[in-house]
Design a protein. Structure first.
Ligand code: C2O
Ligand code: CU
Ligand code: CU
Length: 483
């Protein structure tokens, strides 16, 4: 039996009382219930024709799920070259996207990362996870050479929010190449969010968006490794879609023809209240969870609408096709409120601020072309020293004419204003800063000391230098940042 199969067997035994988890582990009817299907290898073998509209493809398939049991998920991820993804393609364990790691608050996650890329350093980052950045935790200063492995271990706090996170390589200089080649996978943290009336028992689908990839017939964007998969829904049926932008550099300006997107979570955090949109912009690394309801029978396109200007301009492209068919179901009312902001992610709108910082993302006409506060990334320099326990406000400015998605590791932040406009209280880990714009965030550095990074999540920019180091220290008086 393969380790993965054993893991699934163990999961089955350990989760008898947990309906949704048991269903995922057991397969069969449970999988059908959740809209999951058995994964067929090489689903991305057939490429569409460039950015042209391809005919509706195979039914959407879910990636393999690896479940924690009895508080532990212990697994291996082998980063390897994979020509099935195209020239220079790379996958974890031969899967595109990598397997879903499905956890609960309080769990331990142990990952043996194996570098079999045939050259080039790699490492692993758990994006959006609130865990220690030190040692063999979420430490992006680690590097793993070809032919070597590294044992990561993460302890999720008992109060970790439930939601969609992801993992990807983070070795400065080849983060873009490896992520764009296919190295990325989802992480799902379960929790009380899943039991909210109107969300509980709603069939869930994961849509991991990746691309562009260059296949035999041109450029293609993939959903769960598939070209234009079909998503089946009955008229009136409600589904919970978990959307992940796992591309290195692309934005997805999502529109589902004829279907409203009722947002219930952003990044890894439930929203206090549902917010309904027609179009949803997901920058690199952003996630959203939405409730959708099937309308009249028919076929509806899931597209990314044309977006961006100048160097960032993207054409419209197709992602998937919703096929609404079958017996109409009388729609259940959608929830309006989801989860209030509770410890540790409380509303900081009127909190006492210990310190305010201004961080400026800038582009220069000399190296480093992409910088933060005029400087390129230096792993040996600490750019911001923060006192453990501090509540801080960061004013994140963008002086360039391009979007830069700001992301910080370890601690999520409340978005206070975007270009001066107050935002309803919610937490994120990645927020696109508009051209010549400004986003104000507030965050608390409550429980983890150590060094970690903040950066632009357009990975081409990150690799070019748009990244900096923050260190959380436990002294009475934190040193002032180097000038
Ligand atoms: Cu998703 Cu520092 O990364
Ligand atoms: Cu991250
Ligand atoms: Cu950028």
């Amino acid at each position: 039996m393969t380790p993965a199969a054993r893991e699934r067997m163990t999961a089955r035994r350990g989760t008898r009382t947990l309906t949704r988890r048991a269903a995922i582990a057991a397969g069969g009817t449970g999988l059908a219930l959740l809209g999951l299907a058995a994964r067929r290898p090489g689903v991305w073998d057939s490429w569409g024709s460039g950015l042209a509209y391809a005919a509706a493809g195979e039914p959407l398939q879910e990636p393999e799920v690896r479940l924690s049991t009895n508080g532990l998920l212990e697994t291996t991820l082998e980063a390897r070259t994979d020509p099935r993804v195209g020239t220079g393609g790379m996958t974890y364990d031969g899967q595109l996207p990598g397997p879903v790691l499905r956890l609960r608050p309080g769990d331990r996650l142990k990952i043996k990362l194996i570098n079999n890329l045939g050259g080039g350093l790699t490492n692993l980052h758990v994006h959006g996870m609130h865990v220690s950045p030190q040692g063999n935790g979420d430490n992006v200063f680690v590097h793993v050479e070809n032919g070597q492995s590294f044992d990561y271990e993460y302890h999720l706090p008992e109060d970790h929010p439930a939601g969609l996170l992801w993992y990807h390589p983070h070795h400065h200089g080849n983060t873009m190449q490896q992520t764009a080649a296919g190295l990325a996978g989802p992480i799902i943290v379960e929790g009380p969010f899943d039991d909210v009336p109107g969300i509980k028992d709603v069939p869930e689908r994961l849509l991991c968006l990746q691309g562009p990839f260059v296949g035999p017939n041109g450029v293609q964007y993939l959903v769960n490794g598939q070209v234009n998969p079909t998503i089946a829904i009955q008229p009136g049926e409600t589904q919970r879609w978990r959307l992940l932008n796992a591309s290195a550099n692309a934005f997805f300006n999502l529109r589902v023809d004829g279907i409203e997107l009722n947002q219930i979570a952003l990044d890894g955090n439930p929203l206090p209240a549902v917010s309904t949109v027609d179009t949803l912009l997901l920058g690199p690394a952003e996630r959203a969870e939405v409730l959708v309801q099937g309308g009249l029978a028919g076929e509806y396109q899931v597209r990314s609408l044309a977006w961006g200007e100048m160097a960032q301009a993207q054409p419209e492209f197709q992602l998937a096709t919703v096929v609404t068919a079958g017996d109409p179901i009388s729609p259940v009312p959608l929830p309006t409120t989801i989860m209030p902001l509770v410890e540790p992610l409380i509303d900081l709108t009127s909190a006492h601020i210990d310190r305010q910082r201004v961080v400026t993302f800038n582009e220069q006409n000399h190296a480093p072309y992409f910088a933060i506060d005029d400087k390129g990334f230096d792993p040996n320099r600490v750019d911001q020293t923060v006192q453990l326990g501090a509540t801080e406000e960061w004013v994140v400015r963008n002086t360039s004419g391009e979007w830069h998605p700001f992301h910080i590791h370890v601690n999520d932040f409340q978005v206070i204003t975007i270009d001066g406009k107050p935002q309803s209280p919610h937490y994120k880990d990645t927020i696109p800063i508009p051209p010549r714009g400004e986003v104000v965030i507030r965050t608390r550095f409550l429980d983890f000391t150590g060094k970690f990074v903040y950066h632009c999540h357009i990975l081409a920019h990150e690799d070019a230098g748009m990244m900096a180091v923050v260190e959380v220290v436990d002294h009475a008086s934190a040193a002032t940042p180097a000038s």
